[in-house]
Design a protein around this ligand. Structure first.
Ligand SMILES: Cc1cc2nc3c(=O)[nH]c(=O)nc-3n(C[C@H](O)[C@H](O)[C@H](O)COP(=O)(O)OP(=O)(O)OC[C@H]3O[C@@H](n4cnc5c(N)ncnc54)[C@H](O)[C@@H]3O)c2cc1C
Length: 180
């Protein structure tokens, strides 16, 4: 894939450019990118689907590198438990398509634009056409894997409930009208 297609939205001559772009193929590359950026004292900006309205995954006014997640896009659905692990670089369209191929009665509540990335969407809430009955995307997320600033890979149990709450942006379980 030509990486320039990803960044063309903000590619004017005056646009600040990243010092490097990492296209992680494995969680290990995410860990290494974070530790390397930290050691080099540059900010790291993460891109999943690239739909940030403000260009937050592309541009910065300080020295920065981009960690692009587009290669990490696997979707593993487990029908018996009605759950799925979705990597941040997958798009909503890929998620909907994969679910639809496995079931005609299952869905996941998320946005209407199929090219939006899971990484930015889920960490920002995620509203779509089945919101009224099933809530936001984040209301249906039961676990997550993050790499912290020290390069540790943490799941929900390891990160603790406070961080798990925080990476979901909010928690509508406490808003009674959403869950009726
Ligand atoms: C055409 C269009 C239609 C949209 N439709 C809807 C809709 O129907 N419903 C809705 O709720 N929203 C909608 N949105 C908003 C969209 O959900 C947000 O802009 C979302 O943040 C985009 O996620 P992304 O991964 O595609 O974008 P990106 O630009 O890749 O990321 C957005 C932000 O999240 C951060 N981020 C991305 N991935 C990660 C990661 N793995 N870890 C940590 N931080 C990360 C980025 O650094 C950036 O700050 C729409 C946006 C567009 C442009």
């Amino acid at each position: 894939m030509d990486l320039r297609q990803h960044y063309s939205r903000f590619n004017t001559s005056s646009t600040p450019k990243p010092q490097a772009i990492t296209t992680a193929l494995d969680v290990f590359h995410v860990q290494a990118s974070i530790l390397c950026a930290k050691a080099s004292d540059v900010e790291i900006w993460i891109r999943s689907g690239g739909h940030s309205f403000e260009g937050l995954s592309y541009v910065a006014q300080v020295p920065f590198v981009i960690l692009d997640m587009f290669n990490l896009r696997s979707i593993d659905i487990d029908m018996p438990s009605e759950t799925a692990w979705v990597q941040a670089g997958a798009t909503l369209g890929e998620l909907y398509y994969k679910i639809a191929n496995m079931s005609s009665t299952h869905a996941f509540p998320a946005g209407i634009c199929f090219t939006v990335g899971v990484g930015g969407h889920f960490s920002g809430g995620g509203y779509g056409v089945i919101l009224r009955q099933f809530g936001l995307s984040i209301d249906n997320i039961i676990d997550a894997q993050v790499v912290d600033a020290n390069g540790r890979v943490l799941d929900r149990q390891a990160m603790g409930e406070d961080l798990f709450w925080a990476i979901k942006g909010s928690d509508c379980l406490e808003i009674p009208w959403i869950n009726k």
